[in-house]
Design a protein around this ligand. Structure first.
Ligand SMILES: [Zn+2]
Length: 273
């Protein structure tokens, strides 16, 4: 039986504030994987789910895992100064794979959307994360080679409010809808794909809009015209509904942890919806 759609779920690996489900995305990610498995959901890569959706062969209860911002905790473990050892999403995926075994029916994979600019990541690390070196890109190529994680694009600089200067023409930050001219889109999208390909050895196939925001120009004109030539096949926002054949490929919906679900019961309700 084919399904009308699949669900895309998102976490932020760098959100580690205390050792509770809601205070630590490392803990939530591990628990949520088990909830997904127990509920009968099956994890697939985004590319496989989209292909099957369009071929009309998508099974029921498919979910896709994503992570935003591209902190090292997507892939590497980290000794947190307050919360102690954090495994990183990659080790959690490996552990989960060992737990459920090869016949569990998952095609285990996560798409990790990284901020591309090394200067922006260094500035964010320094200003917002105590200079803990949680935002380098030395793990990108290994992550892609692992087969469990693909490094995708989360724009060049996120038009992030903590940066002194972003690609936005008037340096207005904090909202990605302000990226709405060809020059700004080239700086945020093309430049990000070029750099990620250079450092990660693979060109991003997907773009996740910072905060799920995007201008009409980016969604309706720029990506339909230039996206395929850039190697992009879809882009993701944050509308909390299923991806179906009616979804706009340049604004695919997804659900955010601690926003759209805050407990295992919330997650189960999303899976049933
Ligand atoms: Zn983000």
């Amino acid at each position: 039986m084919t399904a009308p759609g699949f669900k895309v779920l998102a976490w932020h690996s760098i959100n580690v504030n205390e050792n509770t489900y809601n205070g630590n995305d490392q803990i939530a990610f591990a628990e949520d994987l088990r909830t997904l498995h127990r509920s009968g959901a099956r994890i697939w890569p985004l590319a496989d789910a989209l292909s099957a959706l369009h071929a009309g062969t998508l099974p029921e209860r498919i979910v896709v895992l994503t992570a935003d911002d591209g902190a090292t905790l997507d892939f590497l473990p980290f000794e947190h100064p307050v919360c102690g050892s954090q495994p990183g999403f990659y080790r959690t995926l490996q552990k989960f794979a060992d737990e459920v075994g090869p016949d569990a029916g998952h095609r285990l994979h996560a798409s990790c959307f990284a901020i591309a600019s090394p200067e922006a990541r260094a500035e964010l690390d320094r200003k917002d994360f105590l200079g803990l070196d949680l935002w380098h890109d030395r793990w990108w190529a290994d992550a892609n080679a692992s087969g469990l994680i693909a490094v995708e694009s989360h724009s060049w600089d996120h038009n992030h409010p903590s940066l002194d200067r972003s690609c936005q023409r008037d340096n207005r930050r904090g909202d990605f809808r302000l990226i709405d001219t060809e020059a700004e889109c080239r700086a945020e999208v093309d430049q990000a794909s070029d750099y990620i390909e250079l450092r990660a050895g693979r060109r991003p196939q997907f773009l996740a809009y910072p905060w799920g925001h995007a201008s009409e120009y980016l969604v309706r004109e720029y990506l339909p015209r230039f996206g395929p030539g850039l190697g992009l096949s879809a882009a993701l926002g944050c509308d909390p509904i299923a991806v179906t054949s009616a979804s706009d490929r340049w604004m695919l919906p997804r659900f955010m942890f601690n926003h759209d679900w805050k407990s295992a019961d919330d997650l189960l309700a999303i899976l049933r919806s």
